[in-house]
Design a protein around this ligand. Structure first.
Ligand SMILES: Cc1cc2nc3c(=O)[nH]c(=O)nc-3n(C[C@H](O)[C@H](O)[C@H](O)COP(=O)(O)O)c2cc1C
Length: 203
């Protein structure tokens, strides 16, 4: 049993790190440059999101966004962030809020895939952003009720993730604790912890 366990670990290790380079390169940085994101790149992010698959092609994702140039609109979004996120997001030039249409357009019932599909659209966005030299840091740490109110989100839509987008900044500009966090090793569960061949019980 013990030997089998280690053999599986060695086998799974073989696949670690052999993935598309955009997926490998992407991470969620804490240091952002103040440089604005070009309008054409912003639109490409949304175009990438638009082509995500979705249950019954409902396309439940919506995106509210503001650039730092639009002072009032940007502040409306920034104000929603929890304090811990405001600290590192102070230079972020573009904020996007992903929103999911939680009610199905087909039958008016709750769409159980709304969050899943919205996350997939954001996944597309992440790959496109990385390909264009941008960095992205998503946040669940924001006040959803404030977002609903500040951004006039209708009841049948659910605010999902606040998404900071921009160019990578200098780590040196971060406070000490965040510098440490930025440099910390990125960890993931092992393949054998998240995959189950044949059934939950394994082989
Ligand atoms: C839905 C979601 C919510 C998140 N919320 C926050 C957050 O509020 N603050 C934060 O600093 N990071 C947040 N993160 C970033 C995660 O901590 C990060 O993705 C995770 O640690 C893995 O690191 P990586 O993206 O660099 O691979 C969030 C990520 C996701 C997908």
């Amino acid at each position: 049993m013990f030997i089998l366990y280690y053999l599986k670990k060695i086998y799974m290790k073989h696949y670690t790190g052999i993935i598309n380079e955009l997926l490998e390169k992407r991470y969620s940085p804490l240091s952002f440059d103040q440089k604005a994101v070009e309008e054409v790149k912003i639109m490409r992010l949304f175009e990438a999101a638009r082509w995500a698959p979705s249950s019954r092609n409902e396309q439940p994702w919506r995106f509210i966004y503001a650039t730092r140039n639009n002072k009032e609109a940007f502040q409306n979004m920034f104000d929603c962030l929890f304090e811990g996120n405001k600290i590192w997001a102070k230079n972020v030039p573009l904020l996007i809020l992903s929103v999911a249409k939680s009610v199905s357009s087909f039958n008016g019932k709750p769409n159980p895939y709304a969050l899943h599909d919205t996350g997939m659209a954001v996944g597309n966005m992440l790959v496109q952003a990385t390909d264009m030299g941008l960095v992205v840091h998503q946040m669940g740490g924001y006040d959803k009720e404030m977002a609903r109110k500040n951004l006039c989100i209708p009841e049948e839509y659910e605010p999902v993730a606040m998404i900071a987008v921009g160019y990578l900044g200098k780590t040196d500009d971060l406070p000490e604790d965040l510098k440490k966090r930025e440099k910390a090793e990125r960890k993931r569960m092992q393949l054998d912890e998240i995959t189950f061949k044949k059934s939950w019980k394994g082989v």
